[in-house]
Design a protein around this ligand. Structure first.
Ligand code: SF4
Length: 301
């Protein structure tokens, strides 16, 4: 541990705080995480923890989810401008209009969404549990999934159900092209390609495995392949190498880099713990309604 990493750990201890870190965050932050995980793991950790302070190294919607699930805790997001263009793809007003068009549909909302959008949704999901959440509904139930159209189409395909897909996307995963994947496959013959469901359907069509970041890590641990091509954000590479040091991981493209996920630095975390700012809060009326959708997800997965 560097002196700064040690200092942050000490500050967390003094403030009875924990550091929740997403797999896409900077590697030096991942190294000192109390909990390192994908959105589902981090949401659970926020709900279950008895810490007084949660420092989130991720993006804004994740810190909001922690604030909704644990309103009694202080939730720090060291950089408030760490946002998510996918979450911004659905506003509460546009979702309300969609609900008017489909009054009988179940609205399944990806955790990558604002608290306001969660508050007018029936249930949340993550890429780890979306199939399970949809599978829980009786056949024939009309489902709208938002805001990630690629995830919705993937779940529709694997669950063999009709799903109305919102037309949002993650610009990072969407930027990966089938041509790039085909080139990596030619360069590394025999290496399986593991992709995140936020990728375009033409990219997923080339995948040997499709799953959330946690599922990709599990696939990599269990695969007999010596080399694996990775189709998700570059931050996962540090964890892959740590968990499976004997294997070679090839990032499918350099475009797989989320600038928002890299905004928070160790300096930002240290400053945030010193000033106890910026705090993320959600107004009570929105928080209560959004919590129902998040709690329903946690109870079903
Ligand atoms: S990787 Fe995509 S979905 Fe994740 S925070 Fe970045 S823009 Fe949002």
């Amino acid at each position: 541990m560097t002196p700064q990493q040690k200092k942050i750990r000490k500050m967390l201890e003094e403030k009875q705080g924990i550091l929740l870190v997403h797999y896409y965050a900077r590697p030096e932050i991942q190294e000192i995480a109390d909990v390192l995980g994908d959105s589902l793991v981090l949401a659970r950790a926020a709900a279950d923890s008895d810490a007084k302070v949660i420092v989130f190294a991720g993006v804004h919607f994740m810190a909001q989810s922690a604030a909704i699930l644990s309103p009694e805790k202080t939730i720090l997001l060291p950089r408030l401008d760490a946002g998510c263009p996918l979450a911004d793809a659905a506003t509460a007003e546009s979702v309300r209009q969609m609900r008017e068009k489909h009054p009988d549909a179940l609205f399944v909302t990806y955790i990558n969404s604002s608290a306001e959008v969660k508050a007018i949704s029936d249930v949340c999901c993550t890429s780890s549990n979306a199939e399970q959440i949809v599978g829980n509904e009786p056949a024939g139930r009309k489902i709208v999934m938002l805001p990630d159209g690629n995830l919705a189409r993937h779940i529709s395909s694997v669950s063999q159900r009709e799903i109305i897909a919102w037309e949002g996307c993650c610009p990072v995963h969407q930027a990966l092209t089938p041509q790039e994947v085909a080139a990596r496959k030619r360069e590394h013959p025999g290496a399986p390609f593991a992709a995140h469901p936020e990728c375009h359907p033409d990219v997923l069509a080339l995948a040997d495995f499709v799953g959330s970041t946690s599922a990709i890590l599990k696939f990599a641990r269990e695969s007999k392949a010596k080399s694996i091509i990775i189709g998700t954000e570059a931050g996962i590479m540090a964890r892959l190498k740590k968990e499976s040091p004997e294997k070679t991981f090839i990032l499918a493209s350099d475009v797989l880099l989320c600038a928002d996920m890299k905004k928070i630095t160790l300096d930002d975390i240290e400053k945030s713990l010193t000033t106890m700012q910026p705090v993320v809060t959600v107004p009570q009326n929105i928080s209560r309604a959004a919590k129902k959708a998040l709690d329903k997800m946690l109870s079903l997965s």
